[in-house]
Every structure is written in C-alpha cells, then in structure tokens.
Design a protein around this ligand. Structure first.
Ligand code: 5GP
Length: 195
C-alpha cells in the first residue's frame, strides 16, 4: 500500500510520518531527492538524498522520478524504481510529499491513500513555524502564506482520504496508524474474497 502524508510546514507531519513508520510493520519511508541545502539536522540517505541541479535534471530526463515538484524554490522528487520495488514486495510505502506531488502520484496510482495533516488553527501554525527558529521572519511569513494556500488546494483536489488535525501528537499518530490498519485489513479481506 502506498501512503501519502502531506501538510504545511510546521504542522508536525515529519514527526507523525516517522512515528507511523515506526509503528507499522513492513513500512518503509521513501527518501526523496532534493536540491535544497542540507541542514545540521538532516541525514544524507535517511531524510533526503541531497543532489545538485544537474543531477536532478538528469533524473528528470531519464524518467527516474515518480513525481517531482518545486517547493520554496528548491526541487524535490520521489525515486520511482525504489517505490515500485518496495510495493512489489508488499511493503507499506510512505511518501512525505507536498500537494502537487500527491496529485501527480494519485493520477498514476489511484489506490494510494492520502492523509493531510492540519494545524489546530492558524495562530498555532504560525507559532510552531516561529518556534522551529529555522528561518527568519520573512521566510516564516512566506511559509505561512504558502501553508494557507496548500491547505485550500488540499481540501479541493480530492486526493486526501483524511484530514488529520494535529492537536496532540500521540493521538494523531494513533489515528493515522488506526486508519492505515483499517484500510489494509479491509483491502486484504476483499482480496481474499475476490471482490
Ligand atoms: P523540507 O525541505 O522542509 O524537508 O520539505 C519541504 C516540503 O517539500 C515539504 O512539504 C515536504 O513534504 C515536501 N517534499 C519532500 N520531499 C518531496 C518529494 O519528493 N516530492 C514532493 N512533491 N514534495 C516533497
């Protein structure tokens, strides 16, 4: 099963994604390629594959991405071969990608399940963006504006099965895990029944 997790920056989606990965048997996290600079918190090959523009262009040209998109002026892409291989092994493949990417994936793999993580309210989101202290105020305001736009696209694009309001992290993780379990069980009993 392919699981897409999206949400605006600062909403806690990476924490939720990694907790779902840890909680679900057979789950694997798809490590994207990006041209954005590596920060001190990033681990090469674990969080991202950090590549330059030329290498990214080459991968686009050779069709190596399942989807790719520009986010905040940087490029991000999901390696196609790895995802296909993991799905064929029966794994739960988790993509943490933005809305544009999710729309592109859903077109190719309609059975993908989408979860969109929402903040409890806009002020909380702004507060969380500031608390990360990763960027200056101009960048924070840009991310905030982008977040509002992304939420509205997510709500209208028809790609997401569930909108998860992240109030208490443990509850959000439990809900996401419960949802994935439910869909997996339902799908495998349907497959057994030949429906
Ligand atoms: P960050 O640089 O903060 O880790 O991620 C910025 C945004 O890019 C996030 O919304 C994240 O979900 C998205 N993103 C990360 N990897 C990919 C990818 O492979 N494809 C797309 N479309 N978006 C991605």
């Amino acid at each position: 099963m392919l699981l897409i997790i999206s949400g605006p920056s600062g909403v806690g989606k990476t924490t939720i994604t990694r907790a779902v990965e840890a909680a679900m048997r057979d789950s694997v996290f798809s490590v994207s390629c990006t041209t954005r600079p590596k920060t001190a918190a990033d681990r090469e090959g674990v969080d991202y594959h950090f590549i330059d523009d030329a290498a990214f262009d080459q991968m686009v040209k050779t069709g190596e991405f399942l989807e790719h998109a520009g986010v905040f002026g940087r490029r991000y892409g999901t390696p196609r071969a790895w995802v296909t291989e993991q799905l064929s092994l029966g794994k739960l493949v988790i993509l943490e990608i933005d809305v544009q990417g999710a729309i592109a994936v859903k077109k190719q793999i309609p059975e993908a399940v989408g979860i969109f993580v929402l903040p409890p309210d806009e002020q909380t989101l702004l507060g969380r963006l500031r608390a990360r202290a990763r960027e200056d105020e101009t960048v924070i305001q840009r991310r905030f504006a982008k977040a509002r736009e992304e939420i509205s696209t997510a709500q209208s694009c028809g790609v997401y099965d569930v909108f998860l309001v992240n109030r208490v992290l443990d509850d959000s993780v439990a809900m996401a895990v419960g949802l994935v379990d439910l869909i997996r069980t339902r799908r495998s009993s349907r497959a057994r029944a030949g429906v």
